[in-house]
Design a protein around this ligand. Structure first.
Ligand code: DGT
Ligand code: CA
Length: 576
């Protein structure tokens, strides 16, 4: 049982209870526990073995007992009983953004709708709006929600893919015939979402490796098994995992080929051809030689191939045919930002608003990561659902942070706020309050349906406030929930640059916002960035690494990113 299996059980319990109109507190408790379990870095089994389940935020003695039952028996009686009352397809309907339990129940009771497919059909046929209280606008909203839902099912998020790939790699380390093991494909390029996981291995016993791989306990189903390639479906998330077994002498060329992207491969092949080479997954060959007499000129390592083509080594994150090949030929590739360059995080939540940990716990966790500073930025007063802070509580927090900062050595604790940009573009605290903070990160949390011009104006006017240093998750995209809102990006980038406001690369896996496409454009426009984990619990501070992938894919160097500055410089910049 993985942590996710267990959190899914809790999530489904919450959904069934919702349908029954059960006690809202009970429902929230299951949801909260599920969310916090997803964020854990450690396996529940290990925590349980130490008898420490109740130290997990939101897990009391009752839920701890249920987790223990799932771990020891592989199932939960309470859940199995509840589940009998609910058709399976209903659980997927809960994942459609904008569709709540009341409507799900109504559609099920009145129209026997118990799957996403039936729901889509009924919405298209207009039968939902024949029900009392359902407008045709609701119908089109549901169809839009179904689109977002479907999109989120086609690919999985990078953090989940990394996790699953990590499990495969760690199990495969036990296969002694494997000499070397590497990830390839979109996962190695650190794309935000992944269709399938590509793994390469070196071995001189490929068929043995194929056998052992396809029999791993992580495998749900084997879809293909050849001499040197196997494709399986993993139990987790039903994601496809491809393994290719290679010879040592062609590993570099295969790694290059299967890392992609496809567009990069095509461009590189063209370049090689111009130089009289033929390049494929087996090596680099002289184009002049006839078939059968070919001798590989390079192929052991990627470095060897780039060097034969007389170009600099291109980091995997850049391989998208966005100018990196030309830059590598001219020896003008940027020196990409690295995790070690990050000196702190300026967007962390605490239990003052909707975070799970205290300020002090957040600060200690950030210190463990080696950060020089941590910025605690809780929500502002209007964001009631996230327990946004009244002015009074904000002042209390400022005082508390001063005390904590004195108490903890070797890390600076900064007091900021994630301040809502209201519908009219004004900020959720007056200037005289903002002035008291170490920094302000402004964000849009509502009014997403405004026009492009209105939304752009809101962000631009936030940039113009002299206390605002950053704009959080600039496009508002939330994976599986909503698409990015419309913005005039050129105007936003111009304002950010002119006002010296950094745009956030929010590192939370559901956001990764700005993404690489927009961040590249912003960098070209001369904008600065800030990489923030937006952690609501200490474990999530590690999301930084996911945002780092986006930053590298966007060609960013440490000079482009404000939280690569040391504390002293950063403080200067915040004051500006
Ligand atoms: P994904 O799986 O959609 O997230 O993205 P990738 O990039 O991992 O794509 P995938 O798994 O289909 O293929 C892995 C790599 O293999 C890809 O990045 C480049 C290479 N490749 C696949 N198909 C082709 C092709 O038709 N032409 C060329 N040149 N390369 C290909
Ligand atoms: Ca892939």
């Amino acid at each position: 049982m993985t942590n996710q299996d267990i959190s899914n059980i809790f999530r489904e319990i919450a959904q069934i209870l919702e349908l029954r109109g059960d006690n809202p507190f009970r429902i929230r408790a299951y949801e909260r526990a599920a969310r916090n379990i997803d964020d854990l870095a450690e396996k529940l089994e290990n925590i349980s073995a130490r008898g420490e389940l109740t130290t997990i935020a939101g897990v009391g003695s009752d839920l701890a007992r249920k987790i223990e039952e799932i771990i020891s028996k592989g199932s939960l009686k309470y859940y199995e009983e509840l589940k009998k009352t609910t058709p399976k397809g209903i659980f997927l309907m809960f994942q459609i953004p904008g569709l709540g339990p009341k409507k799900i129940k109504l559609f099920y009771d009145k129209l026997k709708i118990d799957s996403v497919e039936k729901l889509e059909k009924s919405a298209r046929a207009g039968s939902l709006s024949k029900l009392e209280g359902i407008k045709s606008k609701t119908e089109s909203n549901i169809l839009r929600g179904i689109d977002i839902f479907k999109k989120s099912k086609e690919r999985i998020l990078i953090n989940l893919a990394l996790d699953i790939a990590g499990e495969f790699v760690s199990k495969m380390k036990g296969i002694k015939e494997i000499e070397r093991l590497e990830l390839a494909g979109s996962l190695r390029r650190r794309k935000e979402t992944i269709k399938d996981i590509d793994i390469l291995a070196i071995s001189d016993k490929p068929s043995l490796v194929m056998d052992k791989f396809s029999k791993l306990s992580l495998v749900e189903q084997v879809i293909a098994k050849g001499v040197s390639k196997a494709s399986v479906i993993a139990k987790r998330s039903n994601v496809q995992v491809d393994l290719r077994v290679l010879e040592r002498k062609s590993f570099g060329s295969a790694w290059l080929y299967f890392t992609g992207s496809k567009e990069f491969n095509i461009k590189l092949r063209g370049l090689a051809a111009k130089r009289g080479y033929k390049i494929n997954e087996y090596g680099v060959f002289s184009a002049a030689e006839g078939v059968g007499v070919e001798k590989s000129l390079a192929g052991r390592s990627e470095e060897q191939i780039f060097s034969l083509l007389d170009m600099a080594y291109i980091p995997p994150e850049l391989r998208e045919d966005r100018g990196e090949i030309e830059a590598a030929l001219a020896n003008k590739l940027p020196k990409l930002i690295e995790l070690a360059n990050i000196k702190g995080d300026l967007h962390a939540h605490s239990d003052y608003s909707d975070g799970e940990n205290s300020i002090e716990e957040m600060a200690q966790a950030a210190k463990k990561l080696g950060y020089e500073y941590i910025g605690i930025a809780d929500h502002s007063q209007s964001l009631k659902i996230a327990k946004g802070l009244s002015v009074e509580r904000l002042y209390k927090k400022i005082e508390e942070i001063k005390k904590i900062d004195k108490k903890i050595s070797a890390i600076k604790v900064l007091c900021g706020s994630e301040v809502d940009i209201l519908a009219d573009g004004s900020l959720d605290y007056p200037d005289k309050v903002l002035k008291e903070l170490d920094f302000v990160i402004a964000a849009i949390h509502g009014g997403f349906k405004q026009s492009k011009a209105q939304l752009t104006r809101r962000i631009v006017s936030a940039c113009k406030n002299k206390y605002v240093s950053m704009i959080a998750h600039p496009t508002g995209m939330l994976w599986g929930v909503r698409d990015a809102y419309e913005l005039d990006f050129d105007e936003v980038f111009r304002a950010a640059k002119a006002q010296n406001v950094a745009l956030e690369i929010n590192c939370h896996p559901h956001r990764l916002d700005l993404n690489d496409i927009y961040a590249m454009r912003a960098r070209e426009a001369g904008v600065k960035f800030c990489l923030n984990a937006d952690a609501h619990i200490i474990e999530s501070l590690d999301f930084m690494e996911l945002g780092l992938g986006v930053a590298r894919r966007s060609w960013l160097t440490k000079k482009d990113v404000v939280n690569c500055m040391k504390l002293e410089q950063l403080s200067e910049w915040l004051k500006k």
